[in-house]
Design a protein. Sequence first.
Length: 230
Amino acid sequence: MSKMEKFEAIWQRAAERKGGDDALRALLPPQSEGSLASDDRLLSAMSAQIFKSGFVWRVVENKWPAFEEAFWGFEPHKLVLMSPEQLDQRMQNSALIRHGKKMQAVLDNARMVAELAEEHGSFGRWLSQWQSREVVALWAELKKRGARLGGNTGPYFLRVVGIDTFLMTGDVTSYLQAHQLIEGAPTSKRALTQAQACFNQWQQQSDLPLASISRVISCSVGDNRLGGSH
């Protein structure tokens, strides 16, 4: 594997491409503050991200109030009691996005949230126990215990609710591969562990959140498709 670039060098290249240090800082994602939302809000955000995967985000956002009503405010302990017949009724509701597998994922993930809340006091408390230096392990747990949370869906959800994480977007993956910092498929456990190790080093060097480091790397290479990503 090649020698890692110092984060300072990555920053300098990104700043040159974006018009200087101040311009680059303006592109960094905002840092979250405070505690995580309640479990129903976390489940709502998770479900919204699942529906946004492979779909037009604006359409999902416009329809989300109808989802809130149809899925009982995403209260996990209510949703675990939803019957197959009740779910079928929602599949006939034209106000919703009628994707059967994604609707089923709402119920499957409600069970996950309820189970983890039972074990840890709340789902949010379980999430907050994970350190940023082991965030890919959290990705793996969400994928294993939940439904339709693989790929970047789980990480996007974490980013939305205020958990610091990098994202394996096209630009980030291309950078890591070009510098031979990951081996094998970028979604493999080995590659993700290697990526985590790189981000941990860059975080030590920069004292920046993983989300900001991810954005800077994206700005240093590629097409910089920043619309809600990186």
